[in-house]
Design a binder for this molecule. Structure first.
Ligand SMILES: Cc1cc2nc3c(=O)[nH]c(=O)nc-3n(C[C@H](O)[C@H](O)[C@H](O)COP(=O)(O)OP(=O)(O)OC[C@H]3O[C@@H](n4cnc5c(N)ncnc54)[C@H](O)[C@@H]3O)c2cc1C
Length: 403
């Protein structure tokens, strides 16, 4: 029987940060990730200032700076022909006045390499957890298909919005109505527009989308009404090319990259929140505890901040062997209010921007008041940047993890 103090299920942003931090505290930790590598397209690739500061404090800032990245200083939105700066990250306090756009697999590989240097850390890739184990820990299938068991004092579900650990622990999330799903496509960038990365939200004629400038291509999300994937695909790929081309001003060169529906990936948007993040010997954090909408692109930052708080609170009781449900409750108490506030903000963004955009009632004359005010008084873009870039609470990096 394999045994560990903390079994982390899922090697996404929450799981890898938690694994690294606990290992630096000397806790025996095993991260089980069902995929064989971190290489998957269409993930949240935004690394926010609190995560950049965390990496500095972990002694990983220089290595992170060597990764291929672009800096996003302003979040711009276009309504018809009018462009509005919604958030200006160059106005936020602290050393990192931008959001770094870095492929998530590079970010996760960096964390995995750093953690591999810690004697109490184990990462098992291609290890799919299939259930909780009686007496604590999990059952999982190893890369060769063999069924195994890992006993653990604590299981932390970092397995994302469709969390198996959450279901196995009998934790049922409250689901929120969301108006959209997202189609993601990758479109080549045919001319270089300058150094700063651009994120453009575009809203026109009942269409809505967002491009992220990834250097030589645009990672592009195109919003569709929830549940409309099949019906819209039935209209044919040419119709979609016409729509997205019109929205972003792309010609035949860019649109040639969208050859057929295989190039258009559906991402189902979900928003949910657990009432209790924990049960006996199990805790959920990140999207497993509170699936975030893509609105504002804050999910990765929140998942990382959950992990920092969890590591700070749980390291000592795990090491001493005194962990109780009270420690797990402390993690929830620390994070739940922040998450609720940010989810409320995302729901407000759905109402203010996404629903009218999909209804066709959003245009340069009906730009929502907060955005019109930001356009008039640019100082306000700093408030949006602090909320979106840092969030209401930055978790302190524990001393045991600093290098
Ligand atoms: C369309 C869309 C766009 C988004 N864009 C952004 C963005 O630009 N910026 C941003 O910050 N956020 C974005 N988000 C939100 C963001 O993706 C999530 O909030 C964030 O990834 C949560 O991190 P996590 O570590 O909790 O979970 P995840 O990133 O979902 O990681 C979960 C991990 O668990 C693994 N796993 C799952 N089940 C098992 C199992 N049984 N056994 C072992 N491993 C398992 C998975 O393979 C995965 O690696 C977006 C979300 C959507 C839907």
């Amino acid at each position: 029987m394999e045994r560990t103090q903390c079994c982390v299920v899922g090697g996404g942003p929450a799981g890898m940060v938690l694994g690294l931090l606990l290992a630096r505290a000397g806790v025996e930790v095993t991260v089980l990730e069902k995929h064989k590598d971190f290489f998957r397209d269409f993930r949240g690739d935004t690394v926010h200032p609190p995560t950049l500061m965390l990496l500095d404090e972990l002694g990983l800032g220089d290595r992170f700076a060597e990764l291929p990245s672009k800096r996003l200083e302003k979040m711009r939105m276009m309504f018809g022909d009018a462009t509005i700066v919604a958030a200006d990250f160059s106005r936020i306090p602290g050393p990192h006045k931008y959001i770094a756009m870095v492929p998530q697999w590079d970010f996760l590989n960096l964390l995995a390499e750093a953690a591999a240097g810690e004697p109490t850390f184990t990462l098992k890739m291609g290890a799919e957890v299939t259930g909780l184990r009686e007496g604590g820990g999990v059952r999982y299938r190893d890369p060769d298909g063999a069924e195994r068991e890992l006993a653990a004092t604590l299981v932390v579900g970092c397995d994302g919005r469709d969390s198996l650990i959450r279901a196995e622990a009998g934790l049922v999330p409250r689901e929120y109505d969301v108006p959209m799903d997202v189609w993601w496509v990758r479109v080549p960038k045919l001319e270089d527009t300058g150094k700063e990365a651009q994120v453009f939200g575009r809203f026109a004629n009942g269409l809505a989308g967002m491009t992220m400038d990834r250097g030589d291509y645009y990672q592009t999300s195109y919003l569709i009404r929830k549940g409309q994937d099949e019906a819209l695909r039935a209209e044919g790929i040419e119709k979609f090319r016409e729509r997205i081309g019109g929205l972003f001003g792309w010609g035949a060169g860019e649109l040639a990259a969208i050859r057929d529906w295989d190039d258009v990936k559906l991402l189902k948007v979900r928003m949910s929140k657990l009432r209790h993040w924990y049960s006996r010997r199990v805790l959920c954090i990140g999207d497993a505890a509170h699936a975030m909408s893509p609105a504002g692109g804050i999910g990765v930052n929140i998942a990382v901040q959950d992990a920092v708080a969890a590591a700070r609170i749980l390291a000592a009781p795990l090491r001493r062997g005194t962990l109780t449900a009270r420690d797990l409750a402390r993690v929830q108490r620390r994070r739940a209010a922040v998450v609720s506030l940010l989810q409320k903000q995302q729901l407000a963004e759905h109402k203010m921007l996404i629903e009218p955009a999909l209804d066709g009632t959003l245009n340069e004359r009906t730009v929502p008041l907060p955005l019109r005010a930001s356009d008039r008084f640019p100082q306000l873009t700093a408030i949006a940047a602090v909320l979106g870039g840092i969030g209401p609470l930055r978790e302190k990096t524990p001393a045991f993890a600093r290098r």
